[in-house]
Design a protein around this ligand. Structure first.
Ligand code: AMP
Ligand code: MG
Length: 309
């Protein structure tokens, strides 16, 4: 598969919506950088994002929306969140907010957290794509892990062209830097990532923004936050008495759940968070089968290593 760069007109946007509905990946232009978009509510589609980017860990992704109603189905908006959205949306501000209990977005998008990052992009192609798709799109920057963020469709084609179905060309990105990420999920508003909108413009509304880590865990500092209540034993060959067995691939043992009966790492990544959550609710001890460390296995093992400390 090699994605063609296609001028984003009404027909190609329709084709992109169709790909997204079938769980595929589409590169979309936004005013910040190009995003690698998938249906935020489809676990497998989101797992494919991580596979394509070859991220060694499951960092939470931003959910992109086209209107406020869509955003308010995902997160709880405080009056301050409303104010920031009024002022900066659509645009280069991402808000991290408490996730609604009935939020339909995949646990893989939020990395199992009870918060969710949301942005309403301004670029007309991103707007049209999300609006016609009719739901939130998870989209990190469309570059392989640790490479520069793409600001033209050709950058995406050069770096990720063989990993996705369609690249919508909406011209060079106006802003060219990532969105500013502000968390309103802690005790105090905090700046998690500087970006397209300057701190002082935001602080005019929020007051001084705290550093991440003080009142809120920022990604990478989430070691404890990630941990379930159950005792996890990883790299297990078989369950011991009293342990629920989280299998991977064919297994002779009775399994409480199987991350992927066929040993498919994309399927395992898609199932990881919700299976852990479900087992954690009913078991105090969970044994988890050895997961290969190649491809998405690296991120899966990273997550399990953190959860088992
Ligand atoms: P990118 O995927 O490159 O667009 O970057 C997304 C940014 O948003 C990263 O810095 C993430 O760590 C951050 N982010 C996304 N969701 C959350 C969340 N729930 N809590 C804290 N930070 C988040
Ligand atoms: Mg990025």
């Amino acid at each position: 598969m090699t994605a063609k760069v296609s001028q984003a007109d009404a027909d190609t946007i329709k084709a992109a919506v169709n790909i997204l509905r079938h769980g595929g990946l589409v590169a979309m232009p936004t005013e910040t950088v190009y995003g690698l978009a998938a249906n935020a509510c489809n676990d497998t589609a989101v797992a494919r994002i991580f596979e394509a980017k070859q991220r060694p860990a499951f960092n939470p992704l931003i959910s992109h929306v086209s209107n406020r109603q869509m955003a308010e189905q995902l997160a709880i908006f405080s009056p301050l969140a409303q104010q920031l959205a009024d002022r900066f949306w659509p645009g280069g501000l991402t808000l991290v907010l408490p996730k609604r209990p009935d939020c339909p977005v995949s646990d893989l998008v939020t990395a199992g957290l009870d918060t969710i990052a949301i942005r309403m992009p301004q670029h007309p192609v991103a707007q049209a794509l999300i609006e016609q798709f009719g739901g939130p799109l998870a989209a990190p920057s469309a570059n392989p892990s640790e490479r520069l963020s793409p600001t033209t469709a050709q950058h995406v084609a050069d770096q990720l062209g063989d990993k996705l179905e369609l690249i919508l060309d909406g011209g060079p990105c106006r802003s060219g830097i990532e969105s500013t990420v502000v968390s309103l999920a802690g005790d105090q508003p905090a700046l998690l990532r500087p970006g397209a909108i300057a701190r002082d413009i935001i602080e005019a509304i929020t007051g001084p923004l705290a550093k991440p880590g003080k009142t809120i865990s920022s990604p990478g500092m989430m070691k404890r936050h990630y941990a379930p209540n159950a005792r996890l034993r990883i790299n297990a060959d078989a369950p011991e008495p009293g342990e629920a067995w989280l299998a991977f691939g064919p297994t002779p043992h009775e399994a409480a759940a199987n991350l992927s009966p066929t040993g498919d790492l994309v399927e395992a990544a898609a199932n990881l968070f919700h299976m852990l959550r479900a087992l954690d609710a009913h078991h105090s001890h969970i044994a988890i089968a050895r997961i290969p460390r190649h491809g998405l296995g690296e991120a899966i093992n990273d997550r399990l290593d953190r959860a088992s400390v």
